[in-house]
Design a protein around this ligand. Structure first.
Ligand code: PEP
Ligand code: MN
Length: 343
């Protein structure tokens, strides 16, 4: 439930409301609404049954949250959240770009990719050191060596690092090197992993599960937030449908839906979303037009030689071309005050 305070409620009124909530054994969190403060209540609200919250000074009304997720919901937190990742803001109105190879293959490959990514204007370098591959015989990643290369690439370029963590045991190691932890599609409902990344202190990029509904995805974010980590960013990466031409079906409507249902930012990955490099550019443009807070794209110095996901990886030239359009589109939308969605 949320307690909406009057616009003229005093700090003292808010303190009394918090004391009443905490006195009933629940947690309270104060948030700024558009014109008034809101006190979010976490826990079993039936414990407040005998507390006359609506009659307290400064209270406008209390409203029950209808969803199974709370901390991630717009009802609980009406203002859009901006997630700060080592100084880069996600959700602040300027789209961020996370780009790089599917997997870290070698120091040379990663540095080459990092230089390309940096030169064309991304803020993050991506690259998997722990790869969740369908076949156990496929390249599994360089593991800690890969993390070391990523950290070196950060030193070299100033790019922030986002990389996937696939197991609870690897969380501390990945968090030591990375600026942002990625939870991949295959682990979106690995609740043990979600709870532990919720305790790690680093922002989390939560990819949508292969066949996850929006409700399941939002509840996955709730697991992370409920464990103490409010810094979650969604990443739409396509879902499995009956279509086989594309690797996945990129659900761009998820951008609009998540913006309505949640205050957390959402970015789009048109590389995994389509599986085809030719489709990355149009889907990247469409994602920005739909109001996505950023993009994740796979770029490889030589996609034909990539150890994973070559067919969906952009060449350096194609990547530059995509970035040129993305940047122009973002500037145009800002200057012309084109707001994709009224929440
Ligand atoms: C990735 O981004 O490297 C990846 C494996 O993506 P997904 O989890 O979306 O399949
Ligand atoms: Mn990949």
């Amino acid at each position: 439930m949320v307690i909406i305070m009057n616009p003229d409620a005093t700090d003292e009124n808010i303190k009394e409301v918090i004391a009443a909530v905490e006195g009933a054994g629940l947690k309270a969190k104060v948030m700024e609404g558009a014109s008034q403060k809101i006190v979010g209540v976490i826990g079993d609200k039936t414990r407040l049954a005998s507390v006359p919250i609506d009659a307290m000074a400064g209270v406008e009304q209390s409203v029950a949250i209808s969803k199974s997720y709370k901390l991630a919901s717009r009802e609980f937190h009406p203002m859009a959240s901006v997630i700060d990742v080592a100084g880069v803001k996600i959700g602040g109105g300027t789209p961020v770009v996370m780009a790089g190879p599917c997997a870290v293959e070698s120091k040379e490959q990663l540095f080459e990719a990092a230089d390309i990514v940096k030169a064309a204007g991304a803020q993050f370098l991506r690259g998997g050191a722990y790869k969740p591959r369908t076949s156990p015989y496929s390249f599994q990643g360089l593991e800690e060596k890969g993390l070391e290369y990523l950290a070196e690439a950060r030193e070299r370029t100033g790019l922030r690092i986002v990389t996937e963590v696939t197991t609870v045991e690897a969380i501390d190691r990945v968090a030591h090197y990375a600026d942002m932890l990625q939870v991949g599609a295959r682990n979106m409902q690995n609740f043990g992993l979600l709870k532990e990344v919720g305790k790690c202190g680093k922002p989390v990029l939560l990819k949508r599960g292969l066949a996850a509904t929006l409700d399941e995805w939002l509840n996955a974010a709730e697991y992370i937030m409920n464990a103490g980590n409010p810094n979650v960013v969604f990443c739409e990466r396509g879902i499995r449908t009956y279509e086989t031409y594309t690797r996945n079906t990129l659900d761009l409507s998820a951008v609009a839906a998540i913006k309505h249902l949640s205050h957390l930012p959402i970015i789009v990955d048109p590389s995994h979303g389509t599986g085809k490099w030719r489709m990355v550019k149009p889907m990247a443009f469409a994602a920005i037009a739909a109001g996505a807070d950023g993009l994740m794209m796979e770029v490889h110095p030589n996609p034909a030689k990539a150890l994973s996901d070559g067919p969906q990886s952009l060449t350096p030239e194609n990547y530059q071309e995509v970035m040129r359009g993305v940047q122009k589109l973002a500037v145009f939308m800002k200057e012309e005050n084109i707001v994709p969605m009224d929440i």
